[in-house]
Design a protein around this ligand. Structure first.
Ligand code: PXP
Length: 238
């Protein structure tokens, strides 16, 4: 079975647009769990643009599903992850100006910062996944670094169309085969939607797909009719 990881960052994005208390990503996590989410993913960015430290603490205390903490190698954030001990940490590259995580980690420099982050997280009993492009060399280095899983970046697949999309799918299938052969757990995500997710779910050995924007977007649309109905009722109830 392929597990669904629901990324709730954009619930927090909406809250931070007003710097208020709603919508609360913790409430969204509870509802996502009721809907069948196998894990809940949040990315505590260094600039705190969406998820806040409080969210991390409350989620760590209340989640029933697996907690997947997405983070950069910044020691401050690694320390926060170690203090709340999620089941899984996914290391990602982080740039201040980007709208969202743009590419996978480049593991080739085998940087001390990356090695330290992996060691610190694993010493705290946290399973570590690396977000990488679907590239043989990156997969081999991930294995060498001693992590538990890799998450293949599906962004290029999601953006491509027609023949090009098929080629991107082949790239992902090829890298997935290598991930399986190397005995690493296989995850994937970024840009996945209700329209493009099925070929990814069909890849042999796929364990976890992490999806955020498309699910939160759909939640707004399927929920708006009921939300308006409730407000209208209030206006006209003495
Ligand atoms: N996986 C990783 C590592 C990510 O950084 C993101 C985006 O935060 C996602 C999955 C989810 O991407 P999307 O919001 O496009 O579904």
């Amino acid at each position: 079975m392929v597990e669904l990881g629901v990324n709730i960052d954009h619930v927090a994005t909406l809250r931070q647009a007003r710097r208020t208390v709603e919508p609360d990503p913790v409430a969204a996590a509870v509802l996502a769990e009721l809907g069948g989410a196998d894990s809940i993913t949040i990315h505590l960015r260094e600039d705190r643009r969406h998820i806040q430290d409080r969210d991390v603490r409350v989620l760590a205390e209340t989640l029933r599903a697996k907690f997947n903490f997405e983070l950069s190698c910044a020691p401050e954030i690694v320390q926060i992850a170690c203090s709340v001990r999620p089941e899984q940490a996914t290391l990602v590259p982080e740039k201040r100006q980007e709208v969202t995580t743009e590419g996978g980690l480049d593991l080739r420099p085998r940087s001390p910062e990356l090695r330290n982050a992996i060691a610190t997280l694993r010493d705290s009993g946290i399973s570590v996944s690396l977000f990488i492009d679907p590239d043989d060399q990156q997969v081999r280095i991930a294995k060498e670094l001693g992590v538990d899983a890799v998450e293949l970046h599906t962004g290029q697949y999601a953006e491509a169309r027609g023949q090009e999309q098929l080629q991107e799918l082949r790239r992902l299938e090829h890298a997935s085969q290598l991930v399986n052969d190397m005995g690493l757990k296989l995850h994937a995500g970024h840009g996945l939607t209700y329209q493009n997710v099925r070929p990814l779910a069909a890849i042999p050995g796929m364990r976890e797909l992490n999806i955020g924007h498309s699910i939160v977007s759909r939640a707004v649309l399927v929920g708006i009719k009921e939300a308006v109905r409730e407000m209208k009722l209030l206006l006209n109830t003495p």
